[in-house]
Design a protein around this ligand. Structure first.
Ligand SMILES: Cc1ncc(COP(=O)(O)O)c(C=O)c1O
Length: 412
């Protein structure tokens, strides 16, 4: 079909969009398994249809498994991970509240911005990009700011690849009478997130990373202390859409009322993705991510490529590969996309131009993708005159897999 756009001299050709074949090995979205794609294509029904409402109850239960919680208030918000972040902050922070926000990458920075926009006072605890959040710094800041009400941090910093252990930070927050708010967007499904065991008060995630689902939903979970804070507010929540009580009018198990028209098909997709996760088992999924990461790291080493940060704090689901001196980083990404259909990510913020972000998340975390990405990187480096052996990299990855047997694929 040919149409002219008002104000434009040249007509635009429009037709059905058929996406090119890609392997999504960036920082998200990751590959979506055919079972989830099939679920998304099922007929749309009403968002208050009894059959749909029954599915919503299952979905909440499946999310409780993914978050490892029995929190009643566990449900997916309509909107990407940023909506989960904003919803947690807009409900938990009242004007004048002091919030200690840990920043060791881009996403901690966004939490600060959200706190300020809610009229809160953000006390920023900075750590180097690539390093985890320092418990010592958090403790010092808490001692200096006894008025703080919340400690907020990112468990898996997607911009730097750093993994922070939430447990000690949550314990510190509680010792100082603060709530613990955790960004687990890249964490859930790829590494342990144990909301009840670690006593996390509020947490949000995204669907497009290790849950192997398209982007656009943000599961959240609120524990009893967080709910107490929300219910004890003296000011009305600034956001109508994200007001937790209004959202729960639709998502809680009692009588449901219209709040907004839920993205019905997207919720079918999330339900299927969570079923797959439960069938696989969280322990299996975490171990699969660890093994494939170890194989990829061994292959990178054989290619002469290094990972950013120390191994202990490297995310298993997302590798920060340091761009060697003299290499055109954008040309490598273009080579991978054009010749192999592999998408990897560029560095963000302070790491822009310095790293490639290679995701082995969710359904993408498979041994075959480890091998194909290593081969593609060898080819891209060779194109820039750097002689490396893709064969040696593959051999190193195979050896790493053989030395620690376990799962490398997600059965769907
Ligand atoms: C750690 C982290 N938090 C928040 C977000 C925001 O999620 P979204 O892009 O789905 O809005 C992202 C996205 O990459 C993320 O990695």
């Amino acid at each position: 079909m040919t149409e002219s756009t008002p104000g434009s001299a040249s007509p635009i050709e429009t037709r059905s969009f058929l996406p090119p074949a890609r392997t999504l090995m960036g920082p998200g979205p990751s590959d979506v398994p055919p079972r989830v794609l099939a679920a998304l294509a099922r007929p749309t029904i009403g968002h208050l249809d009894p059959a749909f409402v029954a599915m919503m109850e299952e979905l909440k239960e499946l999310l409780r498994y993914a978050f490892q919680t029995s929190n009643e208030v566990t449900f997916p918000l309509s909107g990407p991970g940023s909506v989960g972040m904003e919803a947690c902050i807009v409900n938990l922070v009242e004007p004048g509240d002091t919030v200690l926000v840990c920043r060791n990458g881009v996403f901690g920075g966004r939490m600060i911005e959200n706190v300020r926009r809610c009229g809160g006072v953000a006390v920023v605890v900075d750590d180097e990009w690539g390093a985890p959040v320092s418990g010592d710094k958090v403790e010092a800041a808490l001692l200096q700011h006894p008025e703080a009400t919340i400690v907020a941090f990112v468990q898996a910093e997607t911009s730097t690849g750093a993994l922070t252990d939430p447990q000690p930070l949550v314990a510190l927050a509680h010792e100082h009478d603060c709530l613990a708010l955790v960004d687990a967007v890249t964490a859930v499904g790829g590494c342990p997130v144990k909301v009840d065991e670690w006593e996390i008060d509020a947490v949000y995630t995204g669907t497009q990373k290790c849950l192997s689902c398209p982007p656009g939903l943000s599961p959240v979970s609120f524990g009893h202390r967080a709910l107490q804070k929300v219910r004890g507010r003296t000011n009305v929540c600034q956001s109508w859409f994200m007001d937790l009580d209004l959202q729960l009018g639709y998502w809680s198990s009692g009588s449901r009322t219209y709040h907004h028209t839920a993205p019905v098909n997207a919720l079918y997709g999330l339900h299927e993705a969570l079923l797959i996760l439960r069938e696989e088992g969280l322990e299996h999924a975490w171990s699969r991510h660890r093994r494939n990461h170890a194989a990829f790291a061994a292959g990178l080493d054989a290619l002469g490529l290094a990972l950013l940060g120390d191994e202990e704090h490297c995310l298993p689901q997302l590798s920060m590969v340091v761009v060697p001196g003299g290499v055109d980083e954008a040309a490598v990404r273009t080579h991978l996309l054009n010749n192999f259909g592999i998408e990897i990510g560029a560095g963000l913020g302070a790491l822009s131009g310095r790293v490639w972000r290679v995701g082995l998340m969710g359904y993408t975390s498979r041994a075959e993708n480890v091998f194909s990405c290593l081969g593609a990187l060898a080819s891209a480096l060779a194109e820039q005159g750097i002689s490396v052996s893709g064969g040696k990299a593959e051999e190193a990855a195979r050896e790493a897999l053989a030395s620690a047997p376990g799962p490398t694929v997600m059965e769907v």
